[in-house]
Design a protein around this ligand. Sequence first.
Ligand SMILES: NC(=O)c1ccc[n+]([C@@H]2O[C@H](COP(=O)([O-])OP(=O)(O)OC[C@H]3O[C@@H](n4cnc5c(N)ncnc54)[C@H](OP(=O)(O)O)[C@@H]3O)[C@@H](O)[C@H]2O)c1
Length: 170
Amino acid sequence: MGCDVVGIAGGPEKCAFILDHGCSAAIDYKTDDIGAMLDQLRPDGIDLYFDNVGGETLEACFERLRMNARIVLCGSISEYTRDVPFKLSNYTRLRATDSVMRGFFVYNHLDRWEEVMDDLSGWMADGRLTPVQDVEEGFAAMPRALANLYYGANVGVQCCSVRGEPQEWL
Ligand SMILES: NC(=O)c1ccc[n+]([C@@H]2O[C@H](COP(=O)([O-])OP(=O)(O)OC[C@H]3O[C@@H](n4cnc5c(N)ncnc54)[C@H](OP(=O)(O)O)[C@@H]3O)[C@@H](O)[C@H]2O)c1
């Protein structure tokens, strides 16, 4: 889409992976100081932050918003297992920069499903999008497939195949 993307991932292998898949820079949130890295990589700040994790990463991005920036609130995985919710200290950066934060929940946009499928399949056909999946096999593997997300064990989209299961279960 023409964006210059700084990706944030956990560990050197995943950072190498996102650099191979369209990011122009990578930050390892497990070992890097996210704010210091953003200052170094993009000293002019951030126009758009697509948030999948919340917490410290969101706070670091809030601190570095450019004027009229946009934040897409898609997910908050760092929050799901915390005993005490992270308390964002700098949400007023939205006001100071005239920025907008908006929720995005895929099930609220089902009327655009076919349009999105056309876009995604077109990008796959012309090589702009390379889907990567991690597939666990069978119903019994579903808990592990879910846990993979929280341990970061998956690299691609985590799926669970039930193709081999008895038909009456499906
Ligand atoms: N808004 C919607 O409609 C919608 C729909 C589905 C999912 N979501 C949300 O989108 C996000 C991504 O979900 P997904 O299903 O696509 O799976 P995903 O990108 O594969 O997310 C799992 C990844 O999150 C990272 N992670 C796990 N714990 C983390 C933590 N404490 N801090 C930072 N990163 C952490 C791990 O990567 P690393 O190894 O790199 O840490 C893991 O591989 C989730 O927040 C999910 O709730 C939103």
